[in-house]
Design a protein around this ligand. Structure first.
Ligand code: GAL
Length: 463
């Protein structure tokens, strides 16, 4: 464990600093090829409203000390009401010059009870996908983005050994219901974040703080992804966009930089171990075709699982921030994050570190998968950080591409302000702001829309 961890820290984690002049001088995406995917992302539960699942149940609860599970005491009952206002979202995408939109379908809405299928909900999703295509915007559809139907949660959620097969059955059904309109699929959003928040930090359902359960849940998510890929390939045989391929399947993996705070070996070892579990484990499983989760002293799972091999057509990269790791060898937390001096932070306190995107793109280049930035964004309720954030992160993409990395697209998170999980409505990530007190939920362009449009003009998707 120690040696690979040290090698990892030494090998991939060379902190660098971008030159502000180079970012300002860069013509964003001017060198990207015509098929480059440029757009924005959302998830079903965070924008749709009207859903009932394990998260809507969790929102009603409190911690033993009385603090609500959602810090501002809100819920996603209405959210941005995109279930009804989806045409406003489509107009917002068109104004940006987007040629792609990553959105989710909500499992609990389509299959509210085991084996059921809500035809009216499916028809609404078909309407959305068809309208996107008619507008020249390719849908990328996420099948599982943190929320489980209550019937799955009641059986134990990811502790239930039937969960991977149940999600795969849903994926197969979605493949046949929408495959003529959808080629690009994202099976699972951020399995690592789900496990960290739901099974280690106890901040999301099921509210566990149990490394053993966390490791088992991660293994179950690996199996689910492998089975979902098989189900999609079997059930979606229609090439919707005429490029000769009926499916393009990926996951969206949250990649976070873990840099040691100091030269102390403990910081280095702990940063390496965090990187291993968080960034690397799922991708190793896919590469090796094995369900493999190793947490020293906690669990050692390593089993062949052939459906995982070759299961990624692209790697979705969700990149937000870095942690500077002050490691601990004992105690409940393996590290505390330290602040980087002189670096801006977003409204949720996350360091803005565009160099990290560049480093991750370089690190995951040449692994056999093209890279698609499936999320990258900033919580910025005042609208003072987002333009610079976008410019700097597109510079990271351009620079990686110029160095030969196959980055096939960039999606900003999020298209619109939305329900930011345990932060409620406090995390304003949207290119379009929404005042959630205003019954019209009008999507109002932030200053970053003009920056996005500049990139779209350079790319040629906006005239
Ligand atoms: C990602 C997640 C999104 C969104 C975003 C901003 O981890 O996929 O659902 O919440 O972070 O926090």
């Amino acid at each position: 464990m120690v040696l690979p961890a040290l090698a990892l820290v030494a090998g991939c984690a060379k902190p660098i600093t971008f030159d502000a002049g180079a970012i300002a001088a860069n013509r964003m995406l001017a060198g990207a090829p015509p098929g480059f995917l440029l757009g924005a992302a959302t998830s079903a539960y965070q924008i749709e409203g009207g859903n009932h699942n394990d998260w809507s149940e969790w929102e009603k609860g409190r911690y033993p000390d009385g603090t609500p599970h959602v810090l501002d005491g809100t819920s996603a009952t209405r959210a941005a009401d995109s279930w009804n206002f989806w045409r406003a979202d489509l107009s917002a995408l068109q104004l940006l010059g987007a040629n792609v939109y990553r959105l989710g379908i909500e499992w609990s809405r389509l299959e509210p009870t085991e084996g059921a299928w809500d035809q009216a909900a499916a028809a609404r999703y078909r309407q959305m996908f068809a309208a996107l295509r008619a507008a020249g915007i390719t849908p990328i559809v996420t099948l599982y983005h943190f929320t489980l139907p209550t019937w799955v949660a009641a059986r134990g959620g990811w502790d239930w050994d039937g969960a991977p097969a149940a999600l795969a059955a849903f994926a197969g059904r979605a493949g046949s219901a929408f495959g003529d309109l959808v080629d690009w699929w994202c099976t699972i959003n951020e399995p690592n974040v789900l496990v960290a928040k739901g099974y280690l930090a106890g901040q999301w359902p099921p509210g566990a703080r149990d490394p053993h359960r966390a490791a088992m849940a991660l293994a179950a998510l690996m199996r689910a992804h492998g089975l979902m890929t098989g189900a999609l390939r079997e059930n979606d045989r229609t090439d919707a966009d005429g490029d000769g391929r009926a499916t393009r399947i990926g996951i969206a993996q949250n990649l976070r930089i873990f840099d040691p705070y100091s030269a102390s070996p403990v910081d280095g070892i702990v940063a390496g171990a965090a990187d291993d579990f968080y960034n690397q484990a799922f991708l190793d499983a896919v590469t090796l075709g094995r369900v493999r989760v190793v947490l020293p002293g906690v669990i050692d799972i390593d089993q062949p699982f052939p459906p995982l091999a070759g299961s990624l057509d692209y790697l979705g990269v969700n990149y937000y921030t870095r942690d500077l790791v002050v490691g601990h060898l004992g105690g409940p937390n393996i590290y505390t994050p330290a602040s980087a001096p002189d670096r801006p932070r977003n409204d949720l306190g996350w360091e803005i570190y565009p160099e990290g995107l560049y480093r991750m793109l370089l690190r995951y280049a040449h692994r056999g998968w093209p890279l698609l930035v499936t999320e990258n964004g900033v919580a910025d309720g005042r609208g003072v950080l987002r333009s610079d954030f976008l410019r700097a992160h597109l510079y990271a993409v351009d620079r990686a591409r110029a160095e030969g990395v196959e980055v096939i697209g960039y999606l900003y998170w999020s298209l619109i302000d939305n329900f930011e999980w345990s932060h409620g409505y406090r995390g304003h990530f949207g290119l379009y702001a929404i005042d959630f007190e205003d019954p019209t939920l009008t999507r109002r362009p932030t200053a970053a829309v003009a920056t996005f449009q500049e990139a779209a003009r350079n790319l040629g998707t906006l005239h």
